[in-house]
Design a protein around this ligand. Structure first.
Ligand SMILES: C[S@@+](CC[C@H](N)C(=O)[O-])C[C@H]1O[C@@H](n2cnc3c(N)ncnc32)[C@H](O)[C@@H]1O
Ligand code: SF4
Length: 474
């Protein structure tokens, strides 16, 4: 049953209540958040969802999760909301790669005949691995996609403190062609608030090494960090841009859960209006430097010189593909393997999203027993699929009403009339002559709120735990 649209009063009340609150940016999970996914999912629904072998035109974007991180004080870098585990040495990590390879074998028939479009190794901290592990890691993908084309984007996430020449050689030689380095803050004093021992020198030495080895590189920065000023933020952006980087993810800090930043350091976190100023200043600076805003947080410099592997370093195909998951003649799947990995399967028979275990023991027990190591799942009704698509479009600060109609046979103006009218009224959106609702002014900054508005009516219908799930379960 389709949910009843919000009234104009409800839309206004929602905006008034939330515009001065720190909201989480639903970067990866789209709709609904994992708080609505259930560990008591139906095994037969999961089997149905997995039974649908992707059609030939379907594309798989494969994610491999590495759970390990260095310990910090405060824990989890003070801010991190991703599930992670303490690194327990090379042997444990090597055993874990064996487990992921074994898990991949469970998916052999599921992906038979499908094509891989990109590979992303995330975490955690994948560059904690030993140089000899990277070949083993990347070789998991061709177990499922034997004709894998090596020039696809093969990204690995990393942490600035953990590089040396041997490791960069090993990453490149194994076939990775892109690194995404989580810098967060360049400033030595500010980064220390997270308990990381990272230095500015390590950051620029790593960037220099990636450039020498012709690896495409993205840098993650965060604004809204405790004690951060607009000047600090601009200084970091200036230095990163000057180093020749052509893709920057400039995330707003997600203040949530029981992280140190959300509790002990909360008083030092910039206010919403300060963050809004940061957003505007970053926008003006990056635009003046020739960067183009691809999403609320992705900034790319077009025409960047291609690397040896033919990759354009300004591109981030894994994420761009997942923003375009529903195609008129097929779909894109996020295929996750490993600890806490997420799978998203927008197939027409039984669409579902599910997350692997966030406890290494439970993950290992299931894999050894030949079971899919799924911890929680959500199966999408048609309205949820539409909302997933809307969320991804909003991430790119737009909503193409014609594409919505072509995909779903419905009018976005009918389904979300009150929301769209109000967004236009308050200057957060406008409709272009070719029927694209574009976010404007401060609209893009408020995307998490706007996503919340679109999904409110449906969320009221959903039953589920509705509490945030504890991310660190050990
Ligand atoms: C899962 S982390 C992995 C990268 C690597 N371990 C590191 O931290 O350098 C991926 C990125 O998510 C972003 N991130 C993690 N927690 C966040 C938060 N609470 N708010 C905003 N961004 C966050 C960070 O920019 C980080 O680089
Ligand atoms: S920010 Fe990166 S290094 Fe820190 S806990 Fe999260 S995943 Fe680990």
């Amino acid at each position: 049953m389709v949910s009843t649209p919000l009234t104009t009063d409800e839309v206004r009340a929602y905006i008034a209540k939330n515009r001065d609150r720190h909201l989480s940016n639903k970067v990866l999970h789209a709709h609904p958040s994992p708080a609505y996914w259930s560990s008591e999912f139906s095994e037969s629904a999961l089997a149905q969802c997995l039974a649908h072998t992707p059609d030939k035109q379907d594309r798989i974007n494969l994610y491999l999760g590495i759970p390990y991180c260095l310990p910090t004080d405060p824990p989890h870098c003070g801010f991190c909301l991703f599930p992670t585990e303490r690194y327990a040495g090379k042997d444990t990590a090597t055993d874990y790669l064996g487990l992921m390879a074994k898990e991949s074998d469970l998916y052999r028939s599921v992906y038979e005949g499908a094509v891989i479009e990109s590979l992303y190794v995330g975490g955690g901290t994948p560059n904690l691995l030993h140089p000899s592990d990277y070949q083993v890691l990347i070789d998991i993908a061709p177990r499922l996609f034997p004709t894998m084309y090596h020039a696809i984007e093969n990204s690995v996430e990393c942490f600035p403190q953990l590089f040396n020449e041997d490791k960069i050689h090993a990453i490149k030689d194994a076939g990775f062609n892109r690194v995404s380095m989580g810098v967060q803050q360049v400033d030595d004093a500010l980064i220390q608030l997270s308990g990381r021992k990272q230095t500015r020198k390590q950051v620029f030495e790593a960037i220099d090494a990636f450039q020498r080895h012709s690896l495409a590189c993205n840098i993650d920065l965060i604004y809204g960090w405790p004690e951060q000023t607009v000047e600090n933020m601009l200084a970091d952006l200036r230095d990163i841009v000057a180093s020749g980087i052509s893709h920057i993810t400039h995330y707003e800090m997600n203040i949530a859960g029981r992280s140190d930043f959300a509790t002990k350091q909360k008083a030092k976190v910039p206010t919403i209006s300060e963050k809004l100023t940061m957003y505007r200043e970053a926008h003006a600076f990056l635009t003046s430097e020739g960067f183009v805003q691809e999403t609320v947080y992705d900034w790319a410099k077009p025409n960047a010189t291609r690397t040896d592997s033919g990759l354009c370093p300004a591109q981030y195909a894994y994420e761009a593909n997942m923003r375009d998951a529903l195609l008129e003649d097929g779909a894109r799947y996020m295929g996750g393997l490993g600890y806490a990995a997420i799978n998203s399967r927008p197939n027409k028979l039984r669409a579902g999203s599910f997350m692997n275990h966030r406890g290494l023991d439970r993950y290992a027990d299931d894999v050894h027993a030949g079971r899919f190591p799924v911890e929680r799942a959500f199966f999408h009704e048609d309205e949820d699929l539409r909302l997933c698509w809307v969320f991804q479009q909003l991430q790119a600060m737009r909503l193409d009403t014609t594409a919505f109609f072509n995909l779903f046979g419905r009018s976005v103006f009918v389904d979300y009339q009150t929301v769209i009218d109000e967004l236009i009224d308050i200057g957060w959106a406008q409709v272009t002559p070719n029927g694209v609702i574009e976010l404007r002014g401060t609209g893009p900054f408020y995307v998490p709120l706007i996503q919340g508005l679109f999904s409110q009516a449906r969320l009221k219908q959903l039953t589920g735990p509705r509490t945030s799930i504890p991310l660190h379960v050990q």
